[in-house]
Design a protein around this ligand. Sequence first.
Ligand code: ATP
Ligand code: MG
Length: 327
Amino acid sequence: MKTRVFSGMQPSGNLHIGNYLGALKNWVRIQHDYECIFCIVDLHAVTVFQEPAALRAKIEEVAALYLAAGIDPKVCSIMVQSAVHAHAELAWMLTCVTPVGWLERMTQYKAKSANQESVGDGLLQYPVLMAADIMLYQAGIVPVGEDQSQHMELTRDIAQRFNSLYGDTFVVPGTALPAVGARIMGLDDPTQKMSKSAGGAHHAVALLDPPDKIRKTIMRATTDSNPYVDFDTAGPGVRNLLAIYQAFAEESDQAIQSHFQGMRYGDLKKEVAEMVIAHLEPFQQRYRQITGEPGYLAGVLREGAARVSPIADETVRLVKERMGLHV
Ligand code: ATP
Ligand code: MG
C-alpha cells in the first residue's frame, strides 16, 4: 500500500508564490508516488473572520488553483475540509489530549493573536484541527512550507501522546519541505514570511496577478544598499529574490551563483519577474479553462469528499473505540 500524503491551504486571501513554491509545487511533483489527499481547509480559514460570500468563492478558487497547478483529480483526492464532518469530530477528541501550554507556545498563534483586542479560541485550537486533518487519514507524509514545521512537531506530539494513552492508533507523520522555496519572504519586508493575510500592496505576488502587476511588485522589492549581487554579503531581500528564481527555474546553486554573481539589482529583478511570469501565464490559462467549465469543479470536490469519507469514518470509529466512547 502506498504511503498516504495529506496537505491543505486556507481559502483566505489570494494564494501567492510562497504557497506555490513551499507546498503546491511539491504536491504536483509527488502526486504519482503516494496516495494523496489535498484539502481546502475552510475550517482553518474561519479562525479569523471571513466574509461568508467571499469565503464561498475562495473555496472554489483554491480548488481551481490546485487543478491549474497540475494536481490530477484522477489520481488525487481534492476535497473541502468542512464537507467531511469527521475533521471537526476528531479535532475535539484530540483537543482533550492536548495540553494548553503546547498550544500557547506556537509561533503562529502568538503572531496572529498579537495586538488583537479579543482572540478567538479557534486561533489557539488551530494546530489541533491541523493534527486531526492529518491523523484522520493516517497520513505518513505532509508536504508543507517551513512555517508549518512547528505545527507538524506538535502533530507528532499529539499522535504520540494519544498512542501512549490509548494504544497504538495513529501513524506519526513526517514533514516534507522543499529544498528551495520552503520559506519565501515578503517582497516589501524580507524579514517576514510572505502571507496571504499580510497587508501591503507590494507584499506578495499572487498566483492570479497579471504580468504588469507582477513586474511592478518585483521591481519594487526591498533589497539592500549594495548595487549588485554578491553572494557573500547579500541581504535577505536579495536572497529571497534569488530563491524565488531558483525554485521556479529548478537550477543548481552553482548555476544560480555563476549566473547572478555581480549582476545589478535592477537586472536581477527583471530576470526574476520574467521567470515568474513565464511560469504563471500558462498556469493562469489553465485556471481560466477550469473555471469556465460549468459543474466541473463541483464534481471534482464531490468525488474527492466521497473518496476520503470512508477513511475518515473508519479512523473516528477506531478512536471512539479506543477512548471508550459510544460507537
Ligand atoms: P495565512 O496568512 O492566511 O496563514 P499563508 O500564506 O500562511 O496564509 P496557508 O494557507 O496558511 O497560507 O498555508 C498554505 C501552505 O503554504 C502551507 O503548506 C504553508 O506552509 C505554505 N506557505 C505559506 N506561506 C509560505 C511562504 N511564505 N513560503 C513557503 N511556503 C509557505
Ligand atoms: Mg499560514
